[in-house]
Design a protein around this ligand. Structure first.
Ligand SMILES: [Zn+2]
Length: 96
């Protein structure tokens, strides 16, 4: 009897665990059987990479960035409007 520390699981079994993986650990398995499958299966590692990318994008959309850019953005817009308005205004003709 050979030593078999890792349970070999199928892609379907691995993918059954994906919702749990992403709910708890952003796709990083702590279960050795899942980790081994992820390390050795190109299909599932590509799938997990895609899901991690999507999860990252979703997090960025849901969580506002630490720095709040809106003040800078707004003052930039305000500045641009002011300078455009200044250019657009015809200089009043000087009475001669
Ligand atoms: Zn697989």
């Amino acid at each position: 009897m050979t030593e078999q520390s890792l349970t070999v699981i199928s892609c379907a079994e691995f993918q059954d665990h994906l919702p749990d993986l992403f709910a708890n650990a952003n796709g990083v398995p702590s279960d050795p059987a899942l980790k081994h499958h992820l390390d050795t299966c190109e299909n599932c590692s590509a799938l997990v990479r895609d899901l991690q990318y999507i999860a990252d994008q979703a997090r960025m959309l849901l969580e506002p960035a630490d720095e709040e850019p809106s003040d800078d953005v707004w003052s930039g817009i305000q500045h641009k409007l002011d300078s455009e308005r200044a250019e657009a205004l015809p200089t009043p003709p000087l009475p001669s």
